[in-house]
Structure formats: structure tokens, C-alpha cells
Design a protein around this ligand. Structure first.
Ligand SMILES: Cc1cc2nc3c(=O)[nH]c(=O)nc-3n(C[C@H](O)[C@H](O)[C@H](O)COP(=O)(O)O)c2cc1C
Length: 395
């Protein structure tokens, strides 16, 4: 079936151009942020320039892999940072390669908080978080040590109230560095059980200061980060990612919808205060957690959940999680999102946009090479359409 047949006349589809604030997108197939663990000494290199430029299209939107805003932020091996001059210089070459293809490129700022191990921390310190509770044992298989083996998440240290402005400052500085590196904007990673989510979720945040307890207090850290980053680089270059209904690494909340709406209400208010919209809000659907945990999800409940958040947010809304060509078209037609981000399918199909356009067969992805260090295998060697199709059977 031709992709055009998947949408009704008059409704937007993945190939309808979209104006995202100051950015003119020529289609709505976004590269989701994807940690690939290929940086050398936390610095991206030529392989990254090739990897991202392979996935770049004129007027496309790419979001970088999670990138550390400070030296306490990492919890996976070989993750790039954007807090030293050397890192900024290295990113410039990657960004240039993407811009040469005409894409817009946002840097995802990612602090893992307690989802770390003391080997990743300066002086072997405890990772920082909103809490001193350790992530429960059932999630330990998600922790990769520098040699690629699994370990146990370390017990974190709860940030003192007076330390929080310093962490906010790291995001602000990293955003400035991102712009200096040439990125068009930043995405603040507030999802998937990492630092900001550790403040947002009442299943984790057990603080009694102004950053814990009420919704107002739990949202405070995120909102302070957004305000600081906007003050540095302007609202139109700033975006936020959340996943209120995703319970990765114990990131549960007693009222996921209420939490999502509370964040959105505050972002809407900030936009009024700034007199400008943020670039976008990016929400991950629980379907993504089901992929990690092999759990179940209810498609109807999820679609309603995402639509409620979409309708509440006053700006560009990106949805992510388990989208195919058909589901993406359907979601856009139903008004569940303005843009769709693709993760795993974009790993294995550098020319995903073209393949979607032609409704061509897709390469399957090989999960085993998602996070390996090899600069080529599973990173830049997935074939383009004119090179054939690979069929890595999903385990
Ligand atoms: C290998 C891999 C790495 C990921 N890394 C990140 C990341 O760095 N930051 C982030 O916000 N999400 C990350 N995600 C989640 C993706 O951005 C995306 O939301 C998720 O894969 C669901 O989309 P998909 O079903 O199209 O793959 C990652 C997912 C995968 C599979």
C-alpha cells in the first residue's frame, strides 16, 4: 500500500511540512535521542559525524544521543559530554556534518542521577539524586560498567537543597556550550527515570524541602532548569522530554496523568512569561517501557493518555515509542502529535525517511549492537535502500 493511502485527505501525515517555531521542517520523521556508547573518553569523533549525517535529510529534525552536562552526569560507558572545550570542539564537526545535509540538530542534555555507579563519578563518589534510595535490584541488568559487564546501581546521595542551583547551572552552561558547538537547540531530558524524573516522580522523590512533596515542589527542579536554559539560549531553542507513565528504574508515580498535566501547565505558563513557545515537548509512550520490561500495555488507554497531554500542551508535541510507519500516520491524522520520533527503526535504517516515503522494506535492528563500542558495526554499517536489506532476527 502506498503511504498516501494510509492517511485521509486533508490530515497531516509524516511528509507534511511543519513549522516548529523558527525552524521549517520538511517532514515529521524525527530521529529520537539514542545512546550508542561510542564516544572515546566522552568525546564524539568522525564515526559520530558519519552516523548522524547518514540519518540527516534536508529539513529533518535530529536529536542527539543523551549527552552529559557535567562530570557527575554519566551512568553508561562511552557517553559523550558537552562540558569541556574539547567536547565542544569535537561536537562542532558532528554538527557541521549534519548541517551540511540541511537538518536541524538538537543536543539532548542527560543527567542520569542515581542511575549510575560510583566508577562513573569523580573521585568514585556516590551518584547524586533527589533521594538516597538505591534503584531496586530488579533493574540492575540495565547498568553497564565501563568494561560492558553488568553491575549494581550504587546507593545515591540526596542533593542538599543548597547544592541544587549548582546542578541547574551545569545545564545552563551545557546549553550555552551546545549553541557554541553549533547545535540549533537543546532537549532537556526529564524522562525515563533519570535525574529530573527522580525529582518529578513521587515513587522516588522523598524530600521534605522545597523540591519534594507537592506537585509544585516536585516540578520545581525541572522548571528551574528550563528557566535557566531559556535565559541562556532563548525559549525557541529549548525543549523538554518527559515520560510520566514510564516506570523505568522505579520511576513510578501515583498519578502519571496528573503529573504530566502538572508539568504541561507549568510549561504553558512559562511560555506566556517568556512571550515565546519552547521548541517542543517530547513525550515517550509507555509502549517503550513495555519493550524494555517485556510487559504489556493497552493501546487504547495509551492513545487516550497521549492525546490528553497533547491537547493540554500549547506548542509542538513530539510523541515517541513503538511507532511504525502506519502508527505514525495514524497518530498524526488523529491529532495525537505534531511530529513522531523514531528510535530503533532509525538505528537500523539510516535512510528511514526515504524508506517510509516509498513504503520500502526496512532493515531489522540488532539489539546486541545497540550499546557496543565498535565505531562501525551496528553504528554506521546498516545498509541504505540501494545496498539491500538486512534481516537481523529479533530475539
Ligand atoms: C539503544 C537505545 C538508546 C536510547 N537512548 C536514549 C537516550 O539517550 N535518551 C532518551 O531520551 N531516550 C533514549 N532512548 C529512547 C528512544 O529515544 C525512544 O524513545 C525509544 O527507543 C522508543 O522509540 P522506538 O520504539 O521508535 O525505538 C533509547 C532507546 C534505545 C533503543
Amino acid at each position: 500500500m502506498a503511504p498516501e493511502a494510509l492517511v485521509q485527505a486533508g490530515t497531516p501525515d509524516l511528509f507534511t511540512p511543519y513549522k516548529m517555531g523558527k525552524f521549517n521542517l520538511s517532514h515529521r520523521v524525527v530521529l529520537a535521542p539514542l545512546t550508542r556508547c561510542r564516544a572515546v573518553n566522552e568525546i564524539p569523533f568522525e564515526a559520530h559525524a558519519l552516523y548522524y549525517s547518514q540519518r540527516a535529510t534536508p529539513g529533518g529534525l535530529l536529536i542527539s544521543e543523551g549527552t552529559s552536562p557535567s562530570n557527575t552526569a554519566a551512568g553508561y560507558p562511552h557517553v559523550p559530554g558537552i562540558y569541556t572545550e574539547e567536547q565542544v570542539e569535537a561536537w562542532k564537526k558532528v554538527v557541521d556534518a549534519v548541517h551540511a545535509k540541511g537538518s536541524i540538530f538538537f543536543c539532548q542534555l542527560w543527567h542520569v542521577g542515581r542511575a549510575s555507579h560510583h566508577v562513573y563519578q569523580p573521585n568514585g563518589d556516590s551518584p547524586i539524586s533527589s533521594t538516597k534510595k538505591r534503584i531496586s535490584d530488579k533493574w540492575d541488568p540495565l547498568l553497564a560498567l565501563p568494561d560492558g559487564s553488568n553491575g549494581k546501581f550504587s546507593k545515591p546521595r540526596a542533593l542538599e537543597t543548597y547544592e541544587i542551583p549548582q546542578v541547574v547551572e551545569h545545564y545552563r552552561q551545557a546549553a550555552l556550550n551546545s549553541i557554541r558547538a553549533g547545535f540549533d537547540g537543546v532537549e532537556i531530558h526529564g524522562a525515563h527515570g533519570y535525574l529530573i524524573d527522580q525529582f518529578l516522580k513521587d515513587g522516588i522523590n522523598d524530600r521534605t524541602d522545597k523540591y519534594g512533596g507537592s506537585l509544585e515542589n516536585r516540578c520545581r527542579f525541572l522548571i528551574e532548569v528550563v528557566e535557566a536554559v531559556v535565559s541562556a539560549i532563548g525559549a525557541e531553542r529549548v525543549s523538554v522530554r518527559i515520560s510520566p507513565a514510564i516506570d523505568l528504574m522505579d520511576a513510578t508515580d501515583s498519578d502519571p496523568l496528573g503529573l504530566g498535566l502538572a508539568v504541561i501547565e507549568r510549561l504553558n505558563k512559562l511560555q506566556l512569561k517568556f512571550g515565546s513557545k519552547l521548541a517542543y515537548l517530547h513525550v515517550t509512550r509507555p509502549r517503550f517501557a513495555a519493550f524494555v520490561t517485556k510487559g504489556n500495555y493497552d493501546e487504547v488507554v495509551e492513545a487516550k493518555f497521549i492525546k490528553t497531554l497533547r491537547d493540554a500542551y500549547d506548542g509542538t508535541f513530539i510523541a515517541s515509542g513503538g511507532y511504525t510507519l502506519e502508527l505514525g500516520q495514524k497518530s498524526l491524522a488523529n491529532g495525537e502529535a505534531d511530529l513522531i520520533s523514531y528510535g530503533r527503526l532509525f538505528i537500523s535504517n539510516p535512510d528511514l525517511v526515504l524508506r517510509f516515503k516509498l513504503n520500502a522494506p526496512l532493515n531489522n535492528y540488532d539489539r546486541k549492537t545497540f550499546y557496543t563500542k565498535d565505531p562501525v558495526v551496528g553504528f554506521t554499517d546498516y545498509p541504505f535502500l540501494n545496498q539491500g536489506v538486512v534481516d537481523n532476527k529479533e530475539e
